[in-house]
Design a protein around this ligand. Sequence first.
Ligand code: HXC
Length: 499
Amino acid sequence: MERNKRLAAERARLASGGGTKKQQAQKQAGKQTARERIGMLLDRESFTEHLAFASGSGGEAGDGVIVGYGTISGRLVCVYAQDFTVSGGSLGAMHAKKICAIMDLAYDMQAPLIALIDSGGARIQEGAKALAGYGDIFKRNVRYSGAIPQLSVMLGPCAGGAVYSPALTDAIFMVDQMSQMVITGPKVLKAATGAEVKMEDLGGARMHSEKSGVAHFCAKTEAELFVLVRQFLSYLPNNGAKKPCHKRVSEKVSAHLPRDSKTVYDMVPIICGLADENSFFEWSKRYARNLITAFIRLDGQPVGVVANNPKHLAGCIDMDASDKCARFVRFCDCFHIPLLVLEDVSGFIPGVEQESRGLIRHGAKIIYAFAEATVPKITVIVRKAYGGAYVALNSKALGADFVYAWPGAEIAVMGPAGAAAVLHQKDIQASNDPAKALLQFEENYREKVADPFSAAKEALIDDVIEPDETRQRLIESFSILACKDERANWQKKHGNMPL
Ligand code: HXC
């Protein structure tokens, strides 16, 4: 066959992946093919394939993975897409070699790496060679962590190594009812234990974004998920050596402010009121809802927000919120995204359940993450800031660059009721009207001990500011901090964060 005819024939063979039948089955399952997915994710016709003709021992199309580079909103990204129509997207030696090659290229070009994962894990027929392939990928996931953003987009039933590698990356995206993540698949589970469980129940998108906390973003369709991926990327720099790019957006003045210290409210409208219009983009939205982690823009500059949400569990901190907070803070710090904490917290959740499961260990991660982060860090105390939670959530003592409080803020070792129980229980019980005596104590405590001006006098906060001035003050403060020297000059290999 003529060489150029052969080229066309070879390309057509590659385009058909695991064959027409398998591609039809993929479509019937409501899924796009690997090549279609790359086309949906990247800017139009921007994809260049790499190692297209490399195939494994079975000689199958591309050995089940397509790798290459292209652009998203004009920015260079590297991508690999596993093809479920070829041996269930399972990973053999050549498949792994191609992924490693594109990971190395992403690192060399200092560009984000996006993995479109649809795979049954290590290719069983290839044995230890396949396992070694995962080892090669994991090593790169860790080496390039913090250097380039690594995103994992889960697009099918993924098992074994196909979920370990994503777990080492910065963010995991899933489609409801289409993506699953499990260490061991149902067929293997049944063979090993006899238990019959559906893939969706074992590791569906809803479970991983609400309960396990494994997935950070979830959408109803592949197309919606790719929009989220593109949006997420717009908050990040291409690599850890660069700062995120600014985008100017119209301003909006803050609103929805809490006045009364006992009213339940939602923190989201407050964040949106402070942020540039339509710039609120939530991370791990359905997991640990008592703590919000989100990206916003402030006068165009991307900022990572950590905020208590009094709407859920009164905004108190538990183990899940601790993990979510620490992971987000460390992520922002890797990629030079400044941090803003909006604080309304009456403490860590008390009780046997949380204590016995290690709240101390998990809570310590928040302290570690904030104390370690070198990006610009600002805290605004919206309402309550009590005890250990006050110290842990980016307090001045822990290294915040600026801490501001709104006039109604209460900063104290504990809430008035707890303080009364420890300090004045006997007096209150001995009084003629214990309820009135308690109320009086609480008022006194709020006015004299917990008020923000006492903290300002002691230089524990930088200023007391009006809610409506906050947006402008934050823009100015972050702008001053833009030249902050982020290099931590500690001479050590690395710290030993509590895990
Ligand atoms: C080889 C595989 C495969 C695998 C699927 N296939 N997984 N081939 N190795 N790991 C093949 C099937 O044989 C089938 O081929 C095709 O892919 C589609 O699979 P089906 O089972 O027909 O599809 P479905 O019913 O949708 O189920 C998908 C699945 C299931 C849930 C992923 O196949 C499954 O449970 N696979 C095993 C998952 C697992 O336990 N992996 C862990 C591997 S160990 P044909 O030719 O019939 O179309 C691992 C450890 C790594 O990864 C550790 C690193 C340190």
